[in-house]
Design a protein around this ligand. Structure first.
Ligand code: ATP
Length: 244
């Protein structure tokens, strides 16, 4: 895995049939850091990911990876440039094994199927899925399918990993396992991580910096202990019970 990429989001906006889903959003992800993007349902978080990953072209603004504009690039080009992502709704290929699904990620940088399988297996081992490599996705649990989605994204050898709600539906022990994997990846390889997450246990355990969006706009950003006490953030998202 390559390491320490910076991501710079500059004034991006996106409307859908007149609905301003994202409006003039600007933030930076520091190389080698773990940062979270939080906010209420429908705030625009996944749309921001989709603009970074090239699924949607921003109506305004630009996104820079290590200073290079990603504007106008296709999702596969952005993936090859070093942006790996997971999808909120995991849709593995059910006719393929766990190993083959993960290997799809590696086939973005190699044509050698054995090399892709070997790399995929290393990622599956990292996520604790090694013993299920020959299973079908339908034969494993939801937490394991989430881990498979992360393994597939990691198999693309990203410089920055975008995680879209990978902890949703996990039990606290499974969340803690996933948190430890990301911590270790970040500390061992310098992988930069940007995560969308509603599970505050994971957000607080992982993030050095949090960006909060509401109605498509950034309403707060900063250190977790500061952001989670911000009255605007409490009012729109976290609620008073979250402050302790
Ligand atoms: N492809 C699309 N077409 C039309 N509207 C869309 C599309 N994608 C998102 N939206 C709308 O844009 C707004 C932002 O959605 P988005 O999925 O980015 O929010 P989110 O913060 O990721 O929410 P959640 O936490 O529920 O995943 C919502 O009102 C959503 O309905």
């Amino acid at each position: 895995m390559s390491s320490a990429a910076s991501l710079s989001v500059r004034g991006i906006s996106k409307s859908f049939s007149g609905l301003k889903a994202v409006e003039n959003v600007t933030f930076d992800v520091v190389p080698g850091s773990i940062q979270a993007l939080i906010g209420p349902n429908g705030a625009g978080k996944t749309t921001i990911f989709n603009m970074i990953a090239g699924v949607f072209r921003p109506d305004t603004g630009d996104v820079f990876l290590d200073g290079q504009s990603l504007l106008g690039k296709r999702p596969d080009q952005i993936c090859r440039a070093g942006v790996g992502r997971t999808f909120q709704i995991v849709r593995p290929f059910n006719d393929l094994t766990v190993e083959e699904n993960a290997a799809i990620g590696a086939l973005t940088w190699t044509d050698d199927v054995k090399e892709a399988r070997d790399y995929a297996n290393a990622m599956l081992d990292l996520l604790g899925l090694g013993d299920k490599r020959h299973a079908r996705p339908t034969g494993i649990t939801l937490p394991d399918r989430k881990c498979l989605e992360v393994a597939r994204a990691l198999a693309t050898k990203p410089k920055i990993l975008l995680l879209d709600e990978v902890m949703a539906g996990l039990r606290p022990t499974e969340t803690d396992r996933m948190v430890n994997v990301f911590r270790k990846l970040n500390s061992d390889t310098g992988l930069t991580i940007l995560l969308i997450e509603h599970v505050m246990r994971a957000v607080m355990a992982l993030s050095a910096h949090i960006v909060v969006v509401n109605y498509g706009k950034v309403i707060a950003e900063g250190a977790p202990e500061v952001v989670t006490r911000n009255p605007d953030v409490l009012a729109c998202y976290l609620g008073a019970e979250a402050v302790h």
